[in-house]
Write a protein that binds this ligand. Structure first.
Ligand SMILES: [Zn+2]
Length: 91
């Protein structure tokens, strides 16, 4: 039985074959989730990548404080707002 800290499923288990032929389990941290734009898929800036930061930081530092901040990138928000406002004006 591994020590209590290694029993957590938040650690990835990787089977490694050692030179003696024995298979041992290595425990590694899982990859961080990279926040991406929901429309174009580009990486969002201003959003921390480390999940520890998402717990530790104040809310105003977890995502940009504009409309759709932390969901859409600035370019997509600009395009959507422009097209929406222009469709309002033309009516
Ligand atoms: Zn985008």
């Amino acid at each position: 039985m591994p020590r209590p800290a290694l029993r957590s499923r938040s650690l990835k288990r990787i089977k490694v074959r050692t030179p003696s032929g024995e298979t041992v389990i290595h425990y590694e941290r899982r990859k961080h989730f990279i926040p991406r734009c929901a429309r174009c898929g580009s990486i969002l800036s201003g959003v921390p990548r480390d999940p520890v930061d998402l717990r530790r930081l104040p809310k105003s530092m977890k995502r940009p404080e504009r409309i759709f901040g932390g969901v859409l990138c600035h370019k997509c928000v600009e395009e959507i707002l422009k097209s929406y406002i222009r469709s309002m004006v033309s009516q």
